[in-house]
Write a protein that binds this ligand. Structure first.
Ligand code: ISL
Ligand code: CA
Length: 559
């Protein structure tokens, strides 16, 4: 069972440019991370997932890699990396790297060669197509706006980029490309890294023939999010990668999978371990997208609890015994959990952050905590476009407001405030001092002004802080096989206010009752009865015998 440790682990995600600056240039770096390892140890997490730190022109904050085997200078040197890895292992922390191999940067030397001609050694490393009637080969829109194709006169052809034009898609049909990827994976694994988070890995095999995708009325290009995922050869490629690389190391893998359903995920994350250990699915964070498909994810409507429960319940029950779940509320691409699913009003922030943490950490799967989540960091609530940094947000504003006129400026700013990826990317709030202890100079990206009250120092000084609550949840997971492996039943799937579920393992039982609203809600008699022979385990108030749940209250009972 030595290869099963991923099921017992809790992962902490570090967005390196926003975690800790050690050399006072305003950008987080590897030495900064090293300085904070005792903090992570105190929290009790087992694994760190580090977003990309490789050489990159940073068109997409490192998800455009120009050299897979060097460290981006602003983060430090390879020596700094080796030191960090060794020190993490000293602190009993494992390190999971970000593997971005659906695409490279257009600055990668493979692409620099590939674009020169149709007959150089790298000519088929990317996806090139002739123009059709003088324009793009199909109607695909990129995830970041505009066409997914860019024309290169030297070849008289277009190349495919599902993301920015600076992120050309690799041609996985070419066996040489696959071997290059396996080689670079071995490079990091041989250094002793403990796993990979694989960026958009279910996009590596494209739909056969690259046909047009359905296009929404009013849109210039087709939204391909539901169209390009899970292509015909993706399982074969992952099995090959597993045979050639993954199975030779004792590591953990999680594949970020766009448009993935439990039916498909049971293959990717199968318990026989022939592909990956788990996937990141998008169904819960994709709820309350805009009703107009041409506007895509941009909206500012709250999520309906019954919809949220339906999604999470489906993943809990359909993977049980067949595959393994990942559990997350947020990451570097998502708004902050407490702002989106809880309530970041000071009256409810801490209580709702603890409630959300409990609901997630008591489920079956491997929990992921995004930096700052453990102190209840909130969305930044920017008011102007000029405050944004993320190309997805900025491009979406220009396209939807200015080019297509589909959204009013004020409305779009409200959508961005609610959903922009930049909400996750403001620097970590360590102290209430200048620049929040992240740096001593103006950081690369604005801090959330609420660092004056929401910061690590404060959390460590407050006995009942969100931080110490996460610490307890992590300890409980480590102690209780019931929490790690028990099966899952939703006790009230149709309730609009309460999420109540049961976990069972052998003759042990766990009950979780959570109020997702800002008002008190009576507990159904069925729930009171169910808990009668259980004992109280953890919760965010001391009202655990009351017949109603206070606003955002959560209680866990065990038998
Ligand atoms: O961020 C998103 C939600 O709006 C998605 O469109 C996102 O781009 C998609 O989930 C893929 O994300 C991953 O690959 C991107 C990178 O920009 C993201 O940061 C990364 O997590 C391209 O490499
Ligand atoms: Ca720095």
């Amino acid at each position: 069972m030595s290869k099963q440790w991923f099921k017992d682990a809790v992962v902490y995600q570090i967005y390196p440019q926003s975690f800790q600056d050690s050399n006072q240039d305003g950008i987080g770096d590897l030495k900064g991370i090293q300085q904070r390892l005792t903090y992570l140890e105190k929290l009790g997490v087992d694994v760190v997932w580090l977003n990309p730190i490789y050489t990159s022109p940073n068109q997409d904050n490192g998800y455009d890699i120009a050299d897979y085997r060097t460290i981006q200078t602003r983060y430090g040197s390879m020596q700094d990396f080796d030191d960090l890895l060794a020190d993490m292992h000293n602190h009993q922390l494992k390190l999971m790297m970000d593997l971005v191999v659906n695409h490279t940067s257009d600055q990668h030397h493979w692409f620099q060669e590939s674009k020169q001609s149709r007959n150089n050694p790298y000519a088929d490393y990317y996806i090139w197509r002739d123009p059709v009637d003088g324009h793009e080969p199909n109607n695909w829109g990129s995830f970041f706006g505009g066409s997914a194709w860019t024309y290169v006169p030297a070849r008289g052809q277009y190349y495919l980029h599902l993301f920015a034009s600076g992120q050309p898609d690799l041609n996985w049909e070419n066996p040489k490309v696959r071997q290059e990827v396996y080689d670079l994976m071995r490079f990091w694994l041989d250094k002793g890294v403990n796993g990979f988070r694989m960026d958009v890995i279910n996009l590596i095999s494209k739909p056969a023939g690259l046909p047009d995708a359905p296009k929404a009325p009013g849109a210039t290009y087709a939204n391909i999010e539901q169209f390009v995922g899970n292509g015909p050869k993706v399982n074969a490629y992952l099995q090959e990668m597993n045979r050639e690389v993954l199975s030779h190391y004792d590591i953990m893998t999680v594949g970020e999978c766009v448009a993935v359903t439990p039916e498909v995920a049971v293959h990717y994350a199968n318990l026989e371990g022939t592909e990956l250990n788990m996937v990141f699915q998008f169904e819960h964070v994709g709820l309350s997208a805009n009703p107009n498909p041409a506007i895509g994810k941009w909206n500012d409507e709250p999520i309906k609890l019954t919809d949220l429960k339906a999604v999470l319940d489906r993943w809990q029950t359909k993977l049980d015994g067949k595959a393994w779940n990942s559990l997350y509320w947020n990451n570097h691409d998502q708004p902050r959990a407490v702002s989106r699913f809880g309530n970041d009003n000071p009256a409810f922030r801490e209580r709702s952050a603890k409630m959300l943490a409990t609901v997630l950490h008591m489920m079956q799967g491997t929990p992921y905590i995004f930096e700052g989540e453990e102190i209840g960091m909130t969305n930044v609530h920017f008011k102007q476009l000029a405050e944004y940094e993320d190309l997805e947000s900025i491009n979406a504003y220009h396209e939807l407001v200015e080019d297509e006129g589909l959204v009013e400026p004020e409305t779009m700013l409200s959508y961005l405030a609610d959903r922009s990826r930049d909400n996750a990317r403001t620097p970590m709030q360590w102290t209430n001092q200048a620049y929040a202890g992240f740096s001593t100079v103006q950081p690369w990206f604005n801090l959330n002004p609420n660092y004056a009250t929401i910061n690590v120092d404060q959390a460590l000084a407050q006995a009942d802080s969100v931080f110490y609550y996460y610490q307890q949840l992590i300890q409980l997971r480590h102690q209780e096989a019931l929490i790690r492996y028990g099966n899952f039943t939703d006790l009230l799937p149709d309730d609009q206010a309460i999420y109540a579920y049961q976990r069972q393992y052998g003759n042990e039982s766990l009950l979780v009752y959570a109020n997702f609203t800002d008002h008190s809600v009576a507990l159904a008699s069925q729930l009171i009865k169910a808990s009668a022979d259980h004992t109280y385990l953890i919760g965010n108030t001391d009202s655990y015998t009351h017949a109603e749940l206070a606003p955002y209250e959560v209680r866990v009972y065990k038998k």
